[in-house]
Design a protein around this ligand. Structure first.
Ligand SMILES: Cc1cc2nc3c(=O)[nH]c(=O)nc-3n(C[C@H](O)[C@H](O)[C@H](O)COP(=O)(O)OP(=O)(O)OC[C@H]3O[C@@H](n4cnc5c(N)ncnc54)[C@H](O)[C@@H]3O)c2cc1C
Length: 367
């Protein structure tokens, strides 16, 4: 295909799309107004995880996780890939039952997982509080350092012929995009602005969902897996205005990254002290020894949340595509998103059905 495609936004989603298109021989220009991977991509946790809130969420996360695995051998050290796996922590018998269901669901769909009883959980993660019921280990999940992964994907795109320019896109038009000081012509454009997409497509079915994260000093081995309480699923998939859940990640640096909170109706990045305190208290219930660690930094970021928790990937107006709305899974699903978008542009058969992610499903709400 000789068409010129402009990808606007060089977060992990835009960078992955540029890479997928350039590797398929498409002439691509990618435009970023700030730092590559400096938006939600830099704010997030970098957990690459299979999730099962819906069949469509499972399909996209599994497809994407497999794509990440296929890239591992080529990743430079700065991507900090860690095959730590996820450990879903069950506090009581009811949650352990949910782990069993999750295991069955995964087994039926060829995702490896292992049920742990209370003793196995304690041996797997000695710093967890005793008395928890067990857990489910998903060894194929991993952790990456997302801003460097975005930069790496962009470099791959550039090495395959993509052009990168710094600039601010002010409008998407049929046949081109308008920057502050000029218009760039193209056959097709892709808006990969994350939460900022709503400023350019006003009635988009998407709203920002704020999150807090905390990072500690270096304590190698303190946490061994990405630890997530089962209740995280309620926090992530529910629609409550505010929620917190225990989520702890080992970083390659030896640091512990702690999450997570979810908040609607917030547009500024300041720390919500009360919510942060609840988030840390929640973590201490699962891991009291965290109280001995030194916190280095706390920050917030915004997830782009859609009503059905699935991203928007596809045509929204003639010649203009969207790739946004990834909520708390955009690091994971960036690679799958990129392939599904390239498949639509190149009219290739996608590996998984694209219908659940098409922006047209919210047609009545899209401008
Ligand atoms: C607290 C938190 C924890 C998270 N944890 C995880 C996790 O563990 N795993 C996971 O998979 N996902 C996670 N996520 C979600 C993930 O971070 C996002 O879904 C993902 O980073 C979205 O990437 P993006 O490229 O769409 O957006 P962004 O990274 O925000 O990139 C958009 C880019 O577009 C640029 N841009 C915007 N407007 C313009 C303009 N007018 N002109 C030019 N450029 C423009 C911005 O500067 C930015 O670089 C988390 C998110 C948060 C907030």
């Amino acid at each position: 295909m000789s068409a010129e495609v402009i990808v606007a936004g060089a977060g992990i989603v835009g960078a992955a799309i540029a890479e997928a298109l350039a590797s398929a021989g498409v002439r691509v220009t990618i435009i970023e107004r700030a730092q590559v991977g400096g938006g939600a991509t830099a704010a997030g946790m970098g957990h690459v995880v299979v999730m099962d809130d819906s069949e469509a969420q499972f399909a996209l996360t599994k497809y994407s996780r497999d794509l990440w695995q296929s890239y591992v051998a080529e990743m430079p050290p700065q991507v900090e890939h860690d095959p730590a796996g996820t450990l879903w922590v069950a506090a009581d018998e009811e949650e352990l039952q949910a782990c069993r269901q999750k295991q069955r669901y995964y087994a039926e769909r060829q995702v490896e997982s292992e049920l742990l009883d209370a003793g196995q959980l304690q041996r797997a993660e000695p710093n967890l509080v005793s008395g928890l019921a067990g857990g489910l280990r998903v060894p194929g999940d991993s952790v990456i350092y997302a801003p460097c992964a975005a930069k790496w994907l962009l470099d791959r795109a550039i090495s395959q012929g993509a052009k990168f320019i710094t600039g601010t896109v002010v409008a998407f038009e049929e046949g081109g995009v308008r920057l502050t000081n000029k218009r760039l012509a193209c056959d097709l454009s892709v808006c990969a602005f994350g939460t900022a997409a709503a400023e350019y497509f006003p009635n988009l079915a998407m709203r920002p969902r704020k999150g807090h994260l905390v990072i500690t000093d270096r304590y190698p081995g303190f946490v061994r897996h990405q630890l997530v309480e089962l209740g995280y699923l309620k926090s992530a998939h529910g629609d409550s205005n505010e929620s917190v859940a225990f989520n702890a990640q080992p970083r390659r640096t030896g640091q512990v990254l702690l999450g997570s909170s979810r908040e609607f109706s917030q547009t500024t990045g300041e720390i919500n002290d009360d919510l942060l305190r609840r988030m840390i208290e929640r973590a201490l219930r699962y891991m009291p020894a965290l109280a001995n660690l030194n916190i280095l930094r706390t920050w917030t970021g915004f997830r782009a949340a859609t009503p059905d928790k699935l991203p928007l990937i596809g045509l929204t107006r003639p010649g203009i595509y969207l790739a946004t709305g990834h909520e708390g899974l955009g690091i994971t699903t960036s690679l799958g998103t990129a392939r599904l978008l390239a498949d639509q542009i190149l009219r290739r058969q996608p590996a998984i059905p694209v219908a659940p992610y098409l922006p047209g499903r919210f047609r009545e709400r899209v401008a």
